[in-house]
Design a protein around this ligand. Structure first.
Ligand code: C2E
Ligand code: MG
Ligand code: MG
Length: 290
């Protein structure tokens, strides 16, 4: 089945958008690894060189894919190297350009999610978008997301907004108003990297949080008794709050078995799949690995 293509905001013919040209970020060859400058970031943003890759999120009981998380990559405008978020998200945040990255990812991921959802009628499919703190000050965000979801034919309750606690470390009425408006529109507001930041639990008191993502550090610690207790405690908190719980960074069958045992409903990680470009994720949806 032909699906709309939305790997990258790069123009057609500039970097293309096939499986072959969206490899995972690779270590830079010598001389290719100078830190990104603001000028180069601007050129990349102007040239539309934001790329989205997608990691499947699974129902841990049935194994079915229930959605994806969209993750940003940036094609370096000079070297062509694909940069990981650690190489450009902090700079884009410091230089006031983070919302441009987030908007570019949303412009790719929302129509792409609608296409994937249409591929599997009647089955759940959500798309997670990571947002920077600065984007939460933007009172126009809910209306813009609503317009792009409507244009793509994606119901608002298929959108997940993933917030890190650092984005919320400075409680502010502006943040809260945008988040409440998104929640009122049906968007699932999720705390990413839950309990790794500052005063995580206080956010639960005042914000319309409907999901938590258990950071991979907790999943990785599940080999110890204390690690298992913490994981079970986080899941119990999720149950008490009646929110979606997604475990991140599942890499081994032992971790998966433990998460199933404590009742974590959803998860993602290299055990299932690394983040994939559009073609790879389409193949994954049509014929998930056994
Ligand atoms: P995150 O939102 O917590 O995303 C999960 C990260 O864990 C991703 O790294 C993903 O590739 C990685 N991951 C997934 N499964 C595994 C696993 O089994 N093992 C290990 N070791 N890692 C796994 P990535 O893509 O490098 O993203 C890092 C962070 O950058 C994200 O963490 C998110 O905070 C930020 N980010 C990514 N895309 C965007 C974006 O569009 N906007 C903003 N503002 N931030 C973004
Ligand atoms: Mg995330
Ligand atoms: Mg996370």
């Amino acid at each position: 089945m032909a699906l709309p293509r939305a790997d990258s905001t790069c123009g057609p013919g500039r970097h293309g958008s096939t499986l072959a040209v969206v490899p995972p970020p690779r270590p830079a060859p010598a001389g290719d690894d100078a830190p990104l400058t603001v000028a180069a970031l601007d050129r990349a943003l102007d040239a539309g060189c934001v790329v989205a890759v997608y990691q499947p999120v699974h129902d841990l009981r049935s194994g079915h894919v229930v959605g994806v998380e969209a993750l940003a990559r940036l094609r370096h405008p000079d070297t062509g190297r694909l940069l990981a978020p650690a190489e450009f998200v902090p700079l884009s945040e410091r230089s006031g350009r983070a919302h441009l990255v987030d908007d570019a990812v949303a412009s790719l991921a929302v129509p792409q999610a609608a296409a994937w959802r249409a591929l599997r009628p009647g089955r759940p499919f959500s798309v997670g978008l990571n947002v920077s703190a600065s984007r939460l000050w933007d009172r126009g965000l809910p209306a813009r997301l609503q317009a792009s979801a409507a244009a793509a034919g994606l119901p608002m309750d298929c959108l997940v907004i993933e917030l890190t606690e650092t984005a919320l470390s400075d409680p502010d009425a502006g943040h809260d108003a945008v988040l409440w408006e998104l929640a009122d529109l049906g968007v699932n507001v999720t705390m990413d990297d839950f309990c790794t930041g500052y005063s995580a639990l206080t956010h639960l008191l005042r914000l319309p949080v409907q999901g938590i993502k258990i950071d991979r550090a907790f999943v990785a610690a599940s080999g110890t008794r204390r690690g298992r207790q913490v994981l079970a405690g986080l899941q119990a908190l999720g149950d008490q709050l009646d929110v979606h719980v997604v475990a991140e960074g599942i890499e081994t069958t032992e971790q998966l078995d433990l998460l199933r045992e404590i009742g974590t409903p959803f998860g993602q990680g290299y055990l299932f799949s690394r983040p994939l470009p559009v073609d790879g994720l389409t193949q994954y949806l049509l014929a998930p690995p056994a």
